[in-house]
Design a protein around this ligand. Structure first.
Ligand code: FES
Ligand code: FES
Length: 136
C-alpha cells in the first residue's frame, strides 16, 4: 500500500491526539468501529456556548489512513459550528489525503466519528440528534 505524503505526515505527526473530559456537558464523544477491519476511532469535541467547536481530540486504534483521517478531521473541526461540522464529508478527506479505494472506509470512520460526537453533544444539551444523510 503506497501512502500519500499527507497520510505519512499525519501518521508520523498526528495532530490533537488525546482525551477530553467525557463528563463535561460541553464535550461530545463519538466512538465508532469499522466492520471491515475491526479498527476503532474515538473523536471528541469541545463546544462553546455559541455551538462553535473550540477543541477536538482523537484516539484511533487502526491503520495509517484511519489515524491520518482522524488527525485531519480534528484540524478541520476546530473553529467550525456544529452545523458546519456536520457537513464534513468523508470524500473531502479522501480527496485531501489522496486515499486509494480500499482505504475509503477509513475516511468513513472519521465522518461517522464526527457525526457521533456532534450528536452526543446535541443530546447532552437538549437538542435532537441529526440523522446521518447517507448510509455508507
Ligand atoms: Fe485494520 Fe486497517 S485493516 S488496520
Ligand atoms: Fe480499516 Fe483503515 S480503518 S483499514
Amino acid at each position: 500500500m503506497a501512502y500519500s505524503d499527507k497520510v505519512i505526515d499525519h501518521y508520523t505527526n498526528p495532530r490533537n491526539v488525546g482525551t477530553l473530559d467525557k463528563s463535561n456537558v460541553k464535550v461530545g464523544t463519538g466512538l465508532v468501529g469499522a466492520p471491515e477491519c475491526g479498527d476503532v476511532m474515538r473523536l471528541q469535541i469541545q463546544v462553546d456556548d455559541n455551538n462553535v467547536i473550540t477543541d477536538a481530540k482523537f484516539k484511533t486504534f487502526g491503520c495509517g489512513s484511519a489515524i491520518a483521517s482522524s488527525s485531519l478531521a480534528t484540524e478541520w473541526l476546530k473553529g467550525k459550528s456544529i452545523d458546519d461540522a456536520m457537513k464534513i464529508d468523508n470524500m473531502d478527506i479522501v480527496e485531501e489525503l489522496a486515499l486509494p479505494p480500499v482505504k475509503i472506509h477509513c475516511s468513513v470512520l472519521a465522518e461517522d466519528a464526527i457525526k457521533a460526537a456532534i450528536n452526543d453533544y446535541r443530546v447532552k444539551n437538549g437538542m435532537a440528534p441529526i440523522e446521518a444523510e447517507k448510509a455508507h
